[in-house]
Unconditional design. Structure first.
Length: 199
């Protein structure tokens, strides 16, 4: 036998004590990820990098969303293969495991998808590059990265499967010189992340 879960048309209680709500606890994977981020002192390093982009709290106003929460939400989107920021925001709002990973209890609203754009526009290219440097240094320390240089680029390149037309195009230029050349000499636009970092 099973208990039927039928839709209730009446309101039983107006207030529910928080100790009767289910706990927002991260899954084993997110628990281990949080422990790893704590060991690498991720939050403190990110706060130090991002602090200049936020207003002095003595000036008043509503405090901004913690950039560490923003970066964790992006990780949830990556690990759970979510298609965009709306899907990430919805998953973080609905999932007890995601809430536990972010540090949000059930009675507190998680950041909305519009917050992604606000934070992304607030942080400079240099700050985002520094955050990626923190992550890459941690990966390197764990033996997950090998080599002296790493470049990540999102340029669209036309496919050409002909091996006869293959040319060696190593120019010996640095990654950021390459990015500036692609941008026509103007360099990356401020506030827009170009997706590259180097160890």
């Amino acid at each position: 036998m099973f208990e039927r879960r039928e839709r209730s048309e009446k309101q039983d209680e107006f207030w529910v004590p928080t100790d009767r709500l289910p706990a927002a606890a991260p899954s084993a994977f997110y628990r281990k990820l949080n422990a790893t981020l704590d060991r690498m002192d991720f939050a403190r390093k990110v706060w130090a990098i991002c602090e200049p982009a936020y207003a002095d709290p003595s000036r008043g106003g509503r405090p901004g969303i913690d950039p560490v929460v923003y970066l964790k939400m992006l990780r949830i989107g990556f690990f759970e293969n979510l298609p965009g920021q709306r899907a990430i925001a919805a998953r973080c709002e609905d999932s007890l495991s995601a809430r536990g990973f972010l540090g949000y209890p059930l009675e507190k609203a998680t950041p909305e998808q519009s917050s992604f754009t606000v934070i992304r526009d607030r942080l400079s290219v240099e700050q985002l590059e520094a955050i990626h440097g923190v992550l890459l240094a941690a990966l390197h320390a764990h033996g997950l990265l090998r080599g002296r240089k790493l470049g990540i680029d999102r340029s669209v390149i036309e496919a050409n499967a002909s091996l006869r037309a293959l040319e060696h195009r190593h120019t010996e230029e640095s990654y950021w010189d390459y990015v500036r050349r692609l941008a026509g000499g103007g360099g990356p636009r401020p506030g827009r992340h170009q997706g590259g970092a180097a160890l």
